[in-house]
Ligand binder design. Structure first.
Ligand SMILES: Nc1ncnc2c1ncn2[C@@H]1O[C@H](COP(=O)(O)OP(=O)(O)OP(=O)(O)O)[C@@H](O)[C@H]1O
Ligand SMILES: [Mg+2]
Length: 265
């Protein structure tokens, strides 16, 4: 007899991975992020959308302290990862960025071999016991980056010699090699053709099973395809945050509606 699965057991309880409260960001006198509160869920893809200059990249960079590297930038407020303040003096930003990885708009492989691009993070964080272990970590990351089959016979070739789409998947493999818990992606497909874009989107969907993914995108189609939650930013404010389906079909704020219908942006 067929045993029906216990549905209740399958209910996927999402927990908050990152919580931000009262976040303000200034570049000198420019007030780029204004009092943003948001909870980013675990094992969910969250899309940040909004017109150019509204603060999407700035807010994304707050989540792994990449703004620390910009001299004029000041961040205020509170951001917690699993309940721990990431701006606490005891937090090492390098360790934090291994947990909260980042993929940028332009693929930026190191001028090293494909193997060394992926092995770099695990090496500096001492994640491999020996060479065989490192080989395994590199292979697993390249598989997760959906690029293993294309590069397995040329791991010693330079990463910069790959096509744009392959380089971006290599960068994703590099980001996942340190087993991050959160992956931040700032317009990861803007330099890619439709086929490579589809591959990266498929990959994002798979990564969601293990990670919390936050993606900045200018493509509303992409946000609708890959995300479960969407945040709409406008002039430094987080105007609206909710289920992606609701944001795109039934926005509550007139600014969100104007943006998604193409009247602003
Ligand atoms: N390094 C910086 N120094 C000074 N001002 C900056 C810096 N980076 C961003 N800004 C300013 O902060 C505001 C938000 O910029 P941000 O790059 O976060 O916007 P965005 O939403 O990512 O835009 P886009 O969609 O064009 O990438 C803008 O007014 C921008 O000019
Ligand atoms: Mg940006």
């Amino acid at each position: 007899m067929y045993d029906a699965p216990n549905r209740e057991m399958k209910v996927d309880q999402k927990t908050t991975k990152i919580s931000a409260r009262g976040v303000q960001v200034y570049y000198g006198d420019t007030h780029a992020i204004k009092d943003v509160d948001v909870d980013i869920e675990d094992r969910t893809v969250t899309a940040f959308i909004g017109p150019s200059g509204c603060g999407k990249s700035t807010f994304l960079r707050c989540l792994n302290r990449m703004n620390d590297t910009i001299d004029v930038c000041r961040v205020k407020g509170e951001i917690k990862l699993d309940g721990e303040d990431i701006y606490d003096k005891r937090v090492d930003p390098v360790q934090l960025r291994a947990k909260v990885g980042m993929v940028f708009q332009k693929p930026n492989p190191f001028p090293k071999s494909i193997y060394d691009n992926v092995a770099y993070g695990p090496r500096i964080h001492g994640l491999a016991r020996d060479k065989a272990d490192l080989d395994e970590i590199v292979e697993r990351a390249l598989r997760r980056g959906a690029i293993w089959n294309e590069v397995k016979d040329r791991l010693d070739a330079p990463g910069t010699g790959l096509s744009g789409g392959q380089q971006q998947r290599l960068c994703i493999a590099r980001a996942v090699a340190t087993e991050p818990e959160v992956l931040l992606m700032d317009e990861p497909c803007s330099a890619l053709d439709p086929i490579a874009t589809a591959q990266v989107e498929e990959l994002i969907d798979e990564l969601r099973e293990s990670y919390s993914v936050v993606i900045v995108t200018h493509s509303m189609q992409q946000a609708a395809r890959v995300s479960q939650k969407t945040a709409f930013f406008h002039l430094g404010n987080l105007v609206e945050f909710g289920e992606t389906g609701q944001i795109f079909t039934n926005p509550q704020d007139s600014r969100t509606e104007s943006y998604i219908t193409g009247r602003i942006g």
